[in-house]
Design a binder for this molecule. Sequence first.
Ligand code: ADP
Length: 522
Amino acid sequence: TERSMALAEQAKRVAAEFDFGLDAVNKAVREFIREMNEGLQKEGTELSQIPTYVTAVPNGTEKGLYMAVDLGGTNFRVCSIQLHGNTTFSLTQSKVAIPRELMVAQTAKELFSFLAKQIETFLKTHHGDHYAGHIKRRETGGITKDEEIFNLGFTFSFPVNQVGINKGLLMRWTKGFDIADAVGKDVCALLQEEIDALHLPVRVAALVNDTVGTLMARSYTSPGKTGTLLGAIFGTGTNGAYVEKLDKVTKLTQKKDAGEYDKSTGEMIVNTEWGSFDNSLRTLPNTPYDIELDEKSVNPGIQMFEKRVSGMFLGEILRLALVGLLKDPTFPLFRDENSAQNDVHSTTQIHDTSPIWKQWGIDTSFLSICAGDNSPGHRMIRQTLDKDYAISAVSAEDAEAVRAIAAAIGRRAARLSAVAIAAIVLETGRLESSSKGTATTEKEGIEPPRGEVEPTEDDVIDIGVDGSLVEFYPNFEEHIREALREIEGIGDQGEKRVRIGIAKDGSGVGAALIALVAGRVG
Ligand code: ADP
């Protein structure tokens, strides 16, 4: 019908607003590399490029028993990790909700003594023998041997100014926490004090950022000749940490009061904080929906990359695009008076209770449903709109229009993700270290041979990823790869060398590995 033609036409137009083409992608990669270098040299730049004091990635042969704790939001996780030294590990964990009153306690001590008590309970429950031995020796005046003390990695997902591998000053609380007394203090010391008050055989060996944990976990479980290059998260938020040459991290190496770190590897893991890439919008795409989302956010003008890429925001971009269309009375979406459902002709209805009218009303998992339902009738999409979004009797044409717009938003997010990945691959020069010497010919301006040789294990550039978006959005990796092939300096050959794999348990095994690396130095 004329209506459905017009609808398809309009949906295509809106979807096209989310195009992020070859030239735009390449321009953004160049800007990303520029911001990476700037961030390595000075403070207060768009990419924070935080030195993590972690100077090596594991190769899968690491062994031992470690502990890890994770304070990131609503829960506190405690775990112990046995590294078997053959790329495998076993993990034991417990999880407790943080009582609301402790999130806003008067003193830091109230929260951290609660955390220490959870560690004590965990030790008694899961490492009773070890713990009892330690208590017995204490009572008889003996000292617990160094090798009997658990090294612990502390994943703390709030902004900290890291000044050593196990030292970081809390800059501010987020996510509903508010304990003024803790701000400016070293969170590792706060935890260690309470652990010591309970006489636990535990040493807070490392302060861990979750992206660094992802990188370490992947490097242990998927060892290659050079180890994993990059750990990246595409979940509620997005961020990445990568292995940088130490002598490029001049804002650390030339700092007079920098904490101790191991210089022997010549490398350091850098936490990019890429959610704030290009906050000044030199190269990021910017549709009317992006502008509206930002204006109505709690932090306008910041985390601009994250607002186009991560799970927290993609559903909202779709919602704004759809609501924008629905405000136009001439626009045919959801105005089908004769849509057939179960052979009963009925009128599409957006019920007053529909979350589509409320900020954050559409979850990013809906984009995954759209991308996964290419069936002609789009049954899954229509069902979900009915069940979860109180929009009933949606026609197949309307569902197709929603799908087209959602797919464009998801594809753009993946192509932006490729910008970050490509920039890091190019800036670190990993493509130049090839057993086939591809890059030398490239440097001389000669096209590398187009021979279709599969990359050898040595040529693999390994990337560990985590987060619901990359894990569950259909073909997210394929969209990333498509963009990688379009990027100057990567191309078909480079894209083939990039291996992307899910890294699970970053805040468990990853934190344990950082505690291990830290223990070697400290
Ligand atoms: P976190 O990053 O908080 O550790 P996740 O990796 O699970 O946790 O990411 C949660 C985010 O992922 C939420 O913003 C949610 O909307 C989004 N999400 C959840 N399920 C899916 C899905 N199936 N497809 C795409 N995004 C999803």
